[in-house]
Design a protein around this ligand. Structure first.
Ligand SMILES: Nc1nc2c(ncn2[C@@H]2O[C@H](COP(=O)(O)OP(=O)(O)O)[C@@H](O)[C@H]2O)c(=O)[nH]1
Ligand SMILES: [Mg+2]
Length: 489
């Protein structure tokens, strides 16, 4: 446990800045309670009265709250507060900690903080409470990073992933890999230290399978990063179609407000418009794009290029079609052809989903409706996903259902209660380093190379695996990690 001297006690407003019902202030450092005692009075005894009597340290029990009046160094009352004391090492930071809830007025905050400064405490840097918790061995780096994401994530899936990491899922997998490595390492170390007649003849290839198994665990961890990132940010859904197909209207109808400009002038949308969409607890980033057509207009040309770029990178592409522009006689063929033509402009990743969306349902003639019904059933039976919509009458239910279904399908493999999902670039980089050293070890083993060489690569692999969870590194590495945190966390 690091020993922070009393003058290195830190404080911060841990709740949001500004006016609110309550503000929460956090103070951490050795002996912070003793330092503050002269300013803490039982709330019922008003400051200045003859029977004013301060608390003693023994009055504060661990993890219990007290109703307390805090007074300034001039004896004037700052506020009536609820003070909770946490005795180190059983606190979040590992040090003695006080949490003070005041009325949520910035003027009260200013008075309290000026008292704390006057008695020698200093304002905490971003993430400094969590950094101290880490340095005091209260949590490892993956859990510290999880706390940061619990606060900052904007999606439901992000919250689930942060929860799982904060419960130590990544640490568990890293520990398991480390244990397996240690077991294998002992074989090679035995062959360094002892002669073959003592420990049996050296056959490094007997360890290949075990090493390949570890490699596959590390690969799975590495792959979880990009899948997790996608989930944390929301799946990207792009609307692709010709001008006036009804993309922007549909976009606005799904979002529930007029985000994109809608006109009957073909080529209205130029830039890619992005917004967040939540369907039940599935998060998406919805992209409205310029209609695909060849054009001489310089601005529209750039818009079309951006459409191609962002639709290529999307997780789900919605092919938006106005059926009145299709050949009603061979409707199914037209949908397939139109869809293939639009997709041919993209450079698609192999797991991209495609949904077909038919628009302007309110304008369909009875003949068109009959034709759509017939052909859509046929297409659905051959595996096409099709939603019929009408933005004018806010009918987007079929599309919303499809999006939700695909969100669940695409995410089912990534977030299971058992899965460990990497949640930071730092973790990913360490896993990749571990994989590199392990790859080198596997090469050596396959050549039945000297045990010294194999052991040295395995030690490196183990070191990088330890680094995922976080060994105490140099101060500047830690500063970099914790500086992105909130002040007061
Ligand atoms: N009646 C009706 N008109 C629509 C519907 N969706 C779009 N429109 C009209 O079709 C035209 C083109 O729509 P817009 O959303 O800008 O198409 P985009 O070019 O694909 O973005 C506009 O005049 C819209 O008002 C719909 O569901 N019903
Ligand atoms: Mg548009």
């Amino acid at each position: 446990m690091r020993d922070y001297s009393a003058h290195d006690a830190i404080f911060a407003l841990s709740s949001a800045k500004g006016r609110s019902a309550i503000s929460l202030h956090r103070i951490s450092g050795s002996r912070v309670l003793e330092v503050l005692l002269p300013y803490l009075i039982p709330a019922k005894i008003r400051s200045g009265s003859a029977d004013r009597k301060n608390f003693r340290a023994a009055d504060f029990e661990h993890a219990k709250s007290k109703y307390v009046t805090v007074s300034g160094s001039d004896g004037n009352i700052i506020d009536d507060c609820v003070v909770t004391f946490f005795k180190g090492p059983s606190s979040f930071t590992g040090e003695d900690t006080l949490e003070i809830s005041t009325h949520g007025n910035p003027l009260i905050t200013a008075r309290l903080h000026s008292l704390l400064r006057a008695i020698g405490l200093r304002e905490a840097k971003p993430g400094e409470f969590t950094q101290r918790a880490f340095l005091n061995g209260k949590l490892d780096l993956t859990r510290a990073e999880a706390i940061d994401q619990l606060i900052h994530t904007e999606t439901e899936a992000g919250l689930d992933l942060a929860r799982s990491a904060s419960e130590g899922r990544i640490s568990q997998v890293a520990d398991r890999i480390k244990e397996q490595l240690t077991g294998i390492m002992s074989y090679f170390e035995a062959h360094i230290d002892f002669a073959d007649d003592e420990v049996g003849s050296y056959d490094s290839k007997s360890k290949v399978d075990e090493l390949l198994h570890i490699d596959s665990e590390l690969r799975q961890l590495a792959n979880s990063f990009s899948a997790g990132l996608k989930l944390r940010e929301g799946l990207r859904v792009s609307f692709l179609g010709t001008p006036n197909a009804g993309k922007s209207s549909l976009y606005n109808a799904l979002l529930g407000y007029e985000r994109a400009i809608v006109t009957n002038v073909p080529g209205t949308t130029r830039d890619v418009v992005e917004d967040r969409l939540k369907i039940r607890n599935c998060d998406f980033i919805l992209l409205d794009t310029a209609g695909l057509r060849s054009t001489d207009d310089q601005v529209e040309k750039i818009g079309v290029a951006r459409t191609i770029q962002s639709s290529s990178a999307a997780d789900i592409v919605c092919i938006v079609l106005d059926p009145s522009q299709l050949d009603a006689g061979s409707f199914a063929d037209s949908i397939q052809k139109e869809s293939a033509k639009l997709l041919s402009h993209l450079n698609r990743p192999k797991n991209q989903c495609v949904l077909n969306v038919l628009t302007k349902q309110d304008t369909w003639t009875p003949e068109l409706r009959a034709s759509v019904d017939l052909h859509v059933t046929k297409l659905r039976n051959s595996g096409y996903e099709i939603a019929c919509t009408s933005s004018s009458s806010n009918n987007t239910a079929e599309l919303a259902e499809l999006l939700e279904k695909y969100h669940k399908r695409l995410t089912a493999d990534t977030v299971t209660p058992e899965s460990a999902v990497l949640i930071s670039q730092r973790q990913y980089d360490k896993v990749q380093l571990a994989r590199q050293s392990l790859g080198a070890a596997i090469d050596l083993v396959q050549k039945n190379d000297f045990p010294e060489k194999v052991a040295s690569m395995l030690i490196q692999t183990a070191q990088h695996t330890c680094d995922i969870v976080g060994e105490i590194g140099t101060e500047d590495v830690l500063e970099k990690i914790f500086s992105s945190f909130c002040i007061g966390k």
